[in-house]
Design a protein around this ligand. Structure first.
Ligand code: NAD
Ligand code: IPM
Ligand code: MN
Length: 367
């Protein structure tokens, strides 16, 4: 029996391998120089593999991840050579759905003053966390096409919202707010148009809120929430929302923190109190990924910003029981921005690898 933590690594497509190479250097630094009991397990999955032998996400790989891994680190998936996203769909949703990682947690925090693009707001105003439902909604893939290619064509993607799925995500958001001293939780829906599905969100949100009397519960329609996020991000602490809206507002949120090159995320299965999801099974693996995609035009140019992946590794280390290391990585990233030791998208002139060199040098100097 060992405390060693197995980390499955899926670099993926496009800029995925380039940013994950830097993230892996950070993990290897912690393993080799700081003695953290980590074992990396690189997985050859992604578009190249798919085009080679049609493999997407083998059942035996999933079983080993579920049983033996402590975490998965994923770069990005999506390749123009695979137009229907088949491999990416199997891998990404195989992990999120297959491990029931229902909370996609996406912090929106600006780690430098000049990263905030708003005229009247600074970095202290951009500090919120989005809890995105991650296993339901339109992402379930239920639907179909009828009379495809004709003028009578019908295309349906069903939006699935269950009591259990909605409640556990909302509770996870409130639990987080309580644990982290956040005063307000917003729930963003479109209950004025999606009267069945989002009336459920609305009702459950205010029901759950009664268990958290010290936290202010506010409802916002998703369209107005987008407006308010740009007009005054300082009013937000925690936002809970459905899968699709969470996807969209976290790209908007990324724009408030310096772009997609700065946005990290974790996918978890939190244990929530007083919910229908009370059967405590074995501890679940968590999945960590930068919010950005594979950015095909940047691939192979050494211009992708690796800091989102460095922050993602920080979230992983925090989750695995090393919160000081998460803070240290955040500080180093903030310094990279302040001293312009970063890529062009965030105002520097370094390449992807050079940013990684600087991060490792800073880590070594701090020890
Ligand atoms: P994208 O996130 O790849 O790129 C959007 C914009 O952000 C582009 O201008 C890109 O250059 C920039 N950008 C992204 N990451 C950056 C980084 N690290 N440094 C600097 N700039 C960065 O989104 P897209 O172009 O809509 O999608 C490209 C592919 O990625 C598609 O196949 C899409 O489906 C896929 N995708 C995958 C994931 C994932 O694997 N989790 C997430 C989003 C998109
Ligand atoms: C993300 C991505 C994915 C999502 C895509 C690639 C399916 O945009 O992780 O934000 O919508 O979840
Ligand atoms: Mn997205």
């Amino acid at each position: 029996m060992t405390d060693e933590k197995l980390i499955a690594v899926i670099a993926g497509d496009g800029i995925g391998p380039e940013v994950i190479a830097q993230a892996t250097r950070v993990l290897n630094y912690y393993r080799e120089e700081r003695g953290l009991p980590l074992r990396l397990w690189p997985l050859d999955l992604g578009a190249d593999r798919y085009l080679r032998d049609k493999t997407t996400y083998p059942a035996e790989v999933h079983a080993r991840i579920a049983q033996e891994a402590s975490a998965v680190l994923l770069g990005a998936l999506g390749d123009p050579r695979v137009p229907a996203f088949e491999h990416a769909h199997d891998i990404l949703f195989g992990l999120r759905f297959g491990l029931d990682l229902y909370a996609n947690v996406r912090p929106i925090r600006a780690l430098g003053e000049r990263l905030v693009p708003l005229r009247d707001f600074g970095m202290e105003d951009v500090d919120l966390v989005v809890f995105r439902e991650n296993t339901e909604g339109v992402y379930v893939g239920i639907g179909g096409q009828f009379k495809r290619g004709t003028l009578d064509e019908v295309a349906i993607s069903e939006d699935v919202n269950t009591r259990k799925g909605v409640e556990r995500l909302i509770r996870a958001g409130f639990d987080y707010a309580r644990a982290h001293g956040r005063r307000r939780v917003h729930m963003a829906d479109k209950s004025n148009a999606m009267r069945h599905a989002h009336e459920l969100w609305y009702r459950v949100f205010f029901e759950v809120a009664t268990d958290y009397p010290e936290i202010e519960a506010r409802h916002a329609y998703i369209d107005a929430l987008c407006l308010h996020l740009v007009q005054d991000p300082s009013q937000f602490d925690v936002i809970v929302t459905c899968n699709l809206f969470g996807d969209i507002i976290t790209d908007l949120g990324a724009a408030l923190q310096g772009g997609l090159g700065m946005a990290a995320s974790g996918n978890y299965h939190p244990r929530v109190e007083r919910c229908c999801d009370q059967k405590h099974g074995p501890a679940r693996v968590a999945l960590f990924e930068p919010v950005h995609g594979s950015a095909p035009p940047l691939a192979g140019t050494d211009t992708a910003n690796p800091l989102a992946s460095v922050l993602t590794v920080g979230m992983m280390l925090g989750h695995l029981g090393w919160p000081e290391e998460e803070r240290r990585l955040e500080q180093i990233v903030a310094r990279a921005i302040a001293e312009k030791r970063c890529t062009r998208d965030v105002g520097g002139d370094l390449g992807t690898c050079a940013v990684g060199d600087w991060v490792i040098a800073e880590l070594s100097a701090a020890s």
